[in-house]
Every structure is written in structure tokens, then in C-alpha cells.
Design a protein around this ligand. Structure first.
Ligand SMILES: [Zn+2]
Length: 397
């Protein structure tokens, strides 16, 4: 059962009633969900988790849903935390892991966010919903909308991969004239759906890393950051776990990883700024990193500095090379975003920001299966005869 007490503005600290659609305070600050952590500390234990469901809803006291059995779940969460022995050795960080969120139901960590969002949408009595979504989030929103029995309409960027488009279409969630023009692409993934619930869903990624490492967090977590919700969620997880006394060591350093073609956080971080300037022409193969102005830029920057982490950008070539290396050396078919985490780790090790004795977790937020066109640039297969491969088993309608 949830212990939610209120919503709180991350900028001015103003309090609001919980369970609302608002994502922002009148001051512009994004809202965060707050819990009665003292009640959690007294009423919940790490041992209790041994009997909890193997999904993200195992952390129900720290999630906003009103009761057990009310969640819209497809089994998201408790994704593998996999050791990377070969790549770790080569990169000079032998204690290296990847949190592979590409194995979630809709192929990405957005399954967590969508599970939390649609659970709350039903609780708040929504009868339909529409939004613009990036190519990584869209399949999760479409499929979880279907699981909730809620009519959903999604507009996708024109650049959305075929795999994402087809998942949304199959779930019956494509909006009429579904493709956003290039100028509207920036809308997708940024402020399109209630931020507080998005953060709470993604928070479970951090809770799981802590549990899977037996409450002994790694020294660093490298997280791809588009709108920054994943990074904020992971930080919030460690903050709340520290408050209830479950961590045996301090929280990890958090590093935001962006694309060179869209790096507003990296720019602001290195110029010592508290806010980001909107990135003029976002360009990268990583769909979820194409956010010109993160929703909670000031909050993300504060977290990066407070945790002793940082922000760095890698090129599209580097992230694709690294994604392929993850597949070839470790058997993980990661998205370009996941590849970006590995490319960033190399950079941090070379710069001396990480030592050989550090333990590090790379976040792979999505599966490589969502990116057929991007991987095809390295592994082309003749387009002729694509239809023939079905051997006439099915006739296109
Ligand atoms: Zn405020």
C-alpha cells in the first residue's frame, strides 16, 4: 500500500495535494511525489521483498498506486543486472555491470513509466488519453494503454523506427496523421505525459540496482539522459533508500550521458550553469536522447553536482560501435542509448574520473530490437525479397 503524502515542487518546495494531473508548479518547477518515509521505515523490511512479486510493483510502499492489485502490469521491472567481464577488463573497470532494461515488455525502461502512469490514469478516472511520444516511449505507452483498456492516441516523430511504429499500430494507438513534422519532433518525449508518475516508474530502476547489488550501491551509474526523468528517478531511489536506512554504503555518483548532436545538459554542466539553453537542432540516432530542453534541467544539474558525477556527450558513431561491442562481446543487444553509456564509461576511465577499483553500472534503457534501421546501416541486408521471406504465408491487406 502506498505511503504517498503530497506532491512537492522541486524548485520552490511548495506542497500540493497528491493524485493530480499537474506536472508543474506555477513557478515552473517540476513536481515530485513525496512519501511518508518514516512509515515505510517502520512498516517495511528488506526481508519482506523475498516474498514480493518479481516486478517493479514489489516496491509498492514507495510507489503511488493506492493498493495492491490495482496496478496495470505486464511484468515490467526486475530486469537483469548483468556483469560485463570482457568489456570491463578491456575498459579498465573490471567491476562493470549493465542494467538491461531492453528486456522489459515493450522493449524499454519506459514500460516502468507507462505501468505507473496508466495505473494512476485509471485511478484518477481518465477515460482516454493522447500524447506525442518518442520512438522508444511510444510502444510502451501504446501497449500499456491497451493493457489498461484505455483508448490511447499517439503521435510519433516522422523518424520513428519501423519497429516502434508497428508496435503502436498493432496496439491500435496510432493517431490520425500520426507522424509529427520535424519541427514538432522536439515535443515528443518532453512534457508529453505527467512527469511525477514518469519519474516514479523509472525510480524502480534505481531501487532494483540497489537490491540486486545487495544494498551496496556501485560507485558510479552512467545513465543516458534525454528529458532526465530516468536520472532523477534513479537518484530519488537512492535518496529514499538512504532515508529508510536500507543502504550499506553511500549513494553512487551519477553521470548523464547525451549525444553530441543534442547535449544541453552537458553544455550547462561544463559551463557551471544552473539551467539549460534549448538545443537548436537536435540530431542523433538515439531517439530518446533527442530532447532539446530537459523538463527538469535544474534538478538534473543539481543531482549531477551533488552526487559528485558529471555529464558527457558521445558521438552517434561511438554509441553504435559500443552497442555492437556489447552484442559481440557480452551478448547484450543494446540500443544506441545503451551503447552511449559504454562509450561514456571509456571516456571517464581515460580521463581518470573513474578508477580501476570503482564499480560501475551502465544503464541500457532500450533494446536494439527497436532500432532496425540504425543497425542496418552497419549490417545491410538486401531489401529485395523481404516479402518473399514469408514464403507466401500471408497476403498483405
Ligand atoms: Zn515551485
Amino acid at each position: 500500500m502506498t505511503t504517498v503524502t503530497h506532491f512537492e515542487c522541486s524548485r520552490c518546495g511548495r506542497r500540493f495535494e497528491p493524485g493530480q494531473l499537474a506536472a508543474r508548479c506555477p513557478c515552473g518547477g517540476p513536481l515530485l511525489v513525496r512519501y511518508n518515509l518514516e512509515a515505510v521505515r517502520q512498516g517495511w523490511s528488506r526481508e519482506w521483498l523475498e516474498h514480493a512479486p518479481p516486478t517493479m510493483w514489489r516496491y509498492a510502499p514507495l510507489l503511488p498506486a493506492s493498493g495492491f492489485g490495482t496496478s496495470i502490469s505486464l511484468g515490467e521491472g526486475m530486469t537483469p543486472l548483468v556483469r560485463l567481464p570482457r568489456i570491463g577488463e578491456r575498459a579498465g573497470v573490471p567491476n562493470l555491470w549493465i542494467k538491461d532494461d531492453g528486456v522489459n515488455p515493450a522493449g524499454s525502461a519506459e514500460s516502468r513509466a507507462a505501468s505507473c502512469w496508466f495505473t494512476m490514469a485509471l485511478q484518477m478516472g481518465l477515460s482516454e488519453w493522447q500524447a506525442a511520444a518518442d520512438a522508444v516511449a511510444a510502444p510502451a505507452l501504446a501497449l500499456y494503454g491497451a493493457a489498461a483498456g484505455l483508448p490511447v492516441r499517439l503521435a510519433l516523430p516522422a523518424s520513428a523506427s519501423r519497429a516502434s511504429w508497428l508496435a503502436v499500430a498493432a496496439a491500435g494507438a496510432l493517431a490520425d496523421g500520426a507522424a509529427l513534422g520535424p519541427s514538432a519532433e522536439a515535443v515528443a518525449g518532453s512534457g508529453a505525459w505527467p512527469w511525477p508518475y514518469r519519474v516514479e516508474g523509472l525510480k524502480t530502476l534505481g531501487l532494483e540496482i540497489a537490491e540486486q547489488m545487495r544494498w551496496n550501491p556501485p560507485s558510479a551509474i552512467l545513465c543516458p539522459a534525454g528529458d532526465g526523468a530516468g536520472l532523477v528517478g534513479i537518484w530519488k531511489a537512492f535518496e529514499e533508500l538512504a532515508a529508510i536506512g536500507w543502504l550499506t554504503t553511500g549513494p553512487p555518483r551519477l553521470f548523464a550521458v547525451q549525444a553530441e548532436g543534442c547535449a544541453p545538459l552537458v553544455d550547462a554542466f561544463h559551463h557551471g550553469l544552473d539551467r539549460c539553453a534549448a538545443w537548436p537542432d537536435p540530431r542523433t540516432i538515439a531517439a530518446s536522447l533527442r530532447t532539446p530542453l530537459p523538463d527538469a534541467d535544474d534538478l538534473v544539474l543539481r543531482i549531477l553536482r551533488f552526487s559528485g558525477g558529471g555529464a558527457l556527450a558521445v558521438s552517434d558513431e561511438e554509441m553504435l560501435d559500443a552497442a555492437i561491442e556489447l552484442a559481440q562481446s557480452e551478448g547484450i543487444f543494446a540500443s544506441p542509448e545503451g551503447g552511449a553509456s559504454l562509450a561514456a564509461l571509456r571516456r571517464l576511465r581515460e580521463d581518470g574520473a573513474l578508477a580501476e577499483t570503482d564499480s560501475a553500472v551502465l544503464v541500457n534503457p532500450a533494446s536494439g530490437f527497436l532500432y532496425p534501421e540504425v543497425f542496418s546501416t552497419r549490417f545491410p541486408r538486401s531489401a529485395a525479397g523481404e516479402q518473399d521471406k514469408l514464403g507466401g504465408l500471408i497476403t498483405p491487406r
